[in-house]
Design a protein around this ligand. Structure first.
Ligand code: SAM
Length: 305
């Protein structure tokens, strides 16, 4: 009896403590709950980014954000310089006025370079010949060059097709992508994999050092600079990073560098890489600009208005 009675008192006390505990816990948690659950994500945004995004006319800052940063890329670039001046301007701005191919290759890279090592993806598709014939470009901009397969293909075609001078600006950070050496053997020196030098070696071997210039930077920073300098292109190939956001930025920035009548095209619209985002970025861009996407094999084509 005694033990039963004591047990009863004990369990009452435990129940009382649990009830009080739950009540207090509920009180403490209520502000957190109202922030995290009762507010919509839009309302939460109103609180956080107030420093930069006050909202225009008291409107929803998240919506302004969309208008301002996500779809509003710089549309107007600098006063156009002539095609004939582009090479000099780029050499002056990037390479202290002289060709990066002068005295190439440097001693440290020599032992690791092959005379010619070219590898690409869809780099000789029908789209290249077709667009070169149509546009007859003097200035070509390539976003994503790797070892130069597509750039050299365009250079070979242009040389055989045109009497006029042409210049291909190859924007690439020449880093490949994390883990690319699992598949492709490149010797690493202090963390650098010699992709840039092997690309240059390929260009030199194929005798195109007068027609091909590398811009060894990220696509977005290089295009911002070209925009600033008034460098526009007749033909732009987009083939750098393939995730949605990178392709989205490249397409938007690239389009603002197109000359009137120019054409922009790119790879991986119909390959399995498409579902990482290139196709979605191209389609969204075309929709926003009222353009028609023209497919050609694995490539997409957009024309300037
Ligand atoms: C698919 S490869 C280009 C292939 C080339 N167009 C061809 O067909 O021979 C992609 C290249 O884009 C470059 N790349 C990727 N993201 C980049 C970025 N954000 N800025 C500059 N280069 C980038 C990589 O270094 C790589 O060399």
């Amino acid at each position: 009896m005694f033990s039963l009675n004591t047990g009863g008192k004990r369990s009452h006390a435990v129940l009382l403590i649990v009830a009080c505990g739950s009540f207090l816990f509920g009180l403490l948690m209520s502000p957190l709950t109202s922030l995290s659950k009762c507010r919509t994500p839009m309302e939460q945004l109103k609180v956080t980014p107030a420093r930069h995004y006050q909202g225009f006319n008291g409107s929803n800052p998240a919506a302004d954000w969309m208008k301002k940063d996500l779809i509003l890329f710089r549309k107007k670039c600098g006063t156009p310089i002539s095609s004939e001046d582009v090479k000099t301007v780029v050499l002056n701005k990037v390479f202290d006025g002289s060709s990066p191919f002068m005295d190439f290759p440097p001693e440290l890279a020599k032992p690791y370079l092959r005379q010619k090592r070219i590898r690409g993806w869809g780099s000789t598709g029908t789209v290249f010949m077709r667009l070169l014939e149509e546009v007859r470009p003097k200035i070509i901009l390539e976003l994503g060059t790797y070892l130069g397969a597509s750039a050299l293909h365009m250079a070979n075609l242009s040389k055989s097709m045109f009497d006029h001078d042409f210049l291909i600006l190859c924007i690439d950070d020449f880093r490949g992508w994390p883990g690319f050496r699992d598949k492709f053997k490149f010797h690493q020196i202090n963390g650098d994999v010699q992709l840039f030098y092997q690309f240059m070696q390929n260009v030199q071997t194929m005798n195109f050092t007068d027609n091909i210039l590398p811009l060894p930077f990220s696509t977005t920073s290089a295009m911002s600079a070209l925009c600033e300098w008034g460098v526009y292109a007749d033909l732009i190939e987009v083939d750098a990073a393939h995730d949605f956001h990178s392709a989205w930025a490249d397409i938007n920035l690239g389009y603002s560098l197109l000359k009137p009548g120019g054409v922009m095209f790119g790879h991986d619209y119909f390959t399995k890489l498409d579902n990482r985002g290139v196709g979605r970025a191209v389609d969204l861009f075309a929709k926003l600009k009222g353009l028609r996407v023209e497919p050609d094999g694995q490539h997409w084509i957009l024309r300037s208005k």
